[in-house]
Design a protein around this ligand. Structure first.
Ligand code: SF4
Ligand code: SF4
Length: 487
């Protein structure tokens, strides 16, 4: 008996004659881009990214598939021709996929967002050991002027109406990012931004390290109806967090305790809060004690709090921080952790990229659901669904969180417009090499920044990452499903 993994991760028997007897028998078949992983002595898993098929095939059938496909019976041959199409069928599939993709994007566009993310300063009151902005951003604690803010507000108006004529009316978010936007000297600036958002009916989203949040609680209370979410961060229990996310003020007490206190104060306003943890080799071992701590705070299984697990990475390959784990290594640790201690329902992953599609099939995505990303794009920043503008103190425009402040990746300037579509033009359909890659639709060209920094390195690392994911996470899962079936 042969099996396949269905869309819900179930091992399902194949019924060739029922499903595929009607398909044409002249279809060609190719295993050239199919990934093959031994599962048991008897069974092998074959993954086709092109058709999203994960087939579990016994020894005898595998021999026929590889060496003598012509000797297969007609139904079996037809079935695997659909799953592992040859070159002519592959080209046809890619063409129809591209058509559907464009239609899908247009259809989803009306439910997407227009986001303006203002960085009022690149200065910060913390010095986190892995901060990706350190190598390229001048951390002077200057702040954006009121004149520049009104230039940004005017630019926003123009962009919103330009986009409205193209895609209709959509939700607008006005967000705060940095550097750190919630510092004492920025109180008036932030107040003006919040007031503008309320007047214009934009939703506010704030990303803050939480260290001086107590100064902003009156503003947050005042604008609570306008604030859609506040993102803040704890990297583990107190000593772990304080060692990684250091306050600039050496005389200050523990940043960790201040942030926890601030989060609990903010909870009184019933605003959705995300508490993110950036994981790497240095803090992953403390995840259990961190969950115990946040449970004690009443944050687990709490509808207004999301406990987000992210990954520390080095997209520019700057080499300034050496404790990063690959996407698949981190996922592996979390899947194992979840087996022993199932995650509370408000835990959400925020780092899956190339492994996201297959992880979702098996339920390893733990609430990660990047709207509109799906296949064909590696990340939110390269997906053309949302229209996103990070704008800094120089009025420069950027697209992805990581690139903010790095002039090599700036897309334009408020005074001249957003000129480059470099990020949204990076994906599966745009990169020839990716179109013929065996993980093309899942990786889709990878991180744009890394691809520009070193194509070879990022491509090699993505392939190795996916291989690890299949061998260390997916194959053991299939093996366990087979074991259950036969025992
Ligand atoms: S970047 Fe490399 S691994 Fe990723 S899809 Fe393109 S060719 Fe494949
Ligand atoms: S391009 Fe995408 S993956 Fe790369 S740093 Fe930006 S958001 Fe992250």
């Amino acid at each position: 008996m042969q099996y396949y993994i269905n869309a819900h991760g179930k091992l399902s028997p194949i019924q060739y004659s029922l499903d595929y007897s009607d398909t044409k028998s002249d279809m060609s078949m190719s295993l050239e881009k199919v990934l093959i992983y031994p599962v048991t002595d008897e069974y092998t898993a074959l993954l086709s990214c092109l058709t999203d098929s994960l087939e579990i095939i016994d020894k005898q059938t595998l021999q026929l598939l590889i060496n003598e496909p012509a000797k297969m019976n007609k139904e079996t041959h037809n079935y695997y021709s659909v799953k592992f199409p040859g070159n002519s069928k592959e080209a046809e599939l890619r063409f129809s996929e591209k058509e559907n993709y464009h239609k899908d994007i247009l259809a989803q566009k009306k439910d997407s967002c227009v986001s303006f993310i203002i960085c009022p300063t690149y200065g910060c009151n913390m010095k986190c050991v892995y901060c990706y902005q350190h190598p390229y951003v001048e951390r002077a604690n200057d702040k954006i002027s009121m004149e520049k803010l009104s230039v940004i507000f005017n630019y926003m108006e123009k962009e919103i109406s330009r986009l409205e004529t193209l895609y209709g009316k959509r939700a607008v978010t006005l967000e705060l990012f940095g550097g750190e936007p919630l510092q004492e000297h920025l109180l008036d600036t932030v107040g003006i931004i919040l007031e503008h958002a309320r007047k214009k009916n934009y939703l506010i989203i704030i990303t803050t390290n939480g260290l001086q949040l107590e100064l902003y609680l009156p503003l947050i209370e005042k604008y609570r109806d306008t604030i859609a979410r506040v993102y803040t961060n704890l990297d583990g229990i107190q000593p772990v967090h304080d060692q990684r996310r250091k306050s600039n003020d050496r005389t200050s007490d523990s940043g960790f305790l201040r942030i926890v206190k601030n989060i609990n104060e903010m909870r009184k306003f019933y605003i959705p809060i995300t508490v993110a943890t950036n994981l790497d080799k240095n803090n992953i071992a403390f995840l259990g004690s961190y969950f115990d701590y946040v449970n004690h705070q009443g944050w687990l299984n709490n509808d207004l709090i999301t406990i987000e697990l992210g990954r520390v990475d080095d997209r520019f390959y700057s080499g300034f921080y050496n404790n990063c784990m690959s996407e698949a290594e981190l996922l592996h640790r979390l899947v194992d952790y979840n087996r022993e201690h199932p995650f509370p329902k408000n835990v959400k992953l925020a780092f899956l990229k190339t492994t996201e599609f297959i992880s979702r099939v098996f339920g390893f995505n733990f609430n990660q659901d990047e709207r509109g990303r799906g296949q064909y794009h590696y990340c939110w920043a390269t997906t053309p669904l949302d229209d996103v503008y990070y704008i800094d103190n120089n009025l420069d425009i950027y697209r992805c969180t990581y690139s903010v402040g790095n002039k090599d990746f700036k897309l334009g300037n408020v005074n001249v417009g957003c000129l480059s579509s470099a990020f949204s033009n990076h994906g599966f359909f745009q990169n020839k090499e990716c179109a013929s890659c065996s993980i093309g639709k899942y990786c889709s060209g990878g991180c744009y920044i890394s691809s520009q920094t070193s194509w070879d390195r990022h491509c090699t690392e993505e392939k190795a990452n996916f291989d690890y994911f299949m061998k260390r996470i997916v194959v053991p899962e299939i093996r366990s499903k087979l074991h259950k079936l036969f025992n």
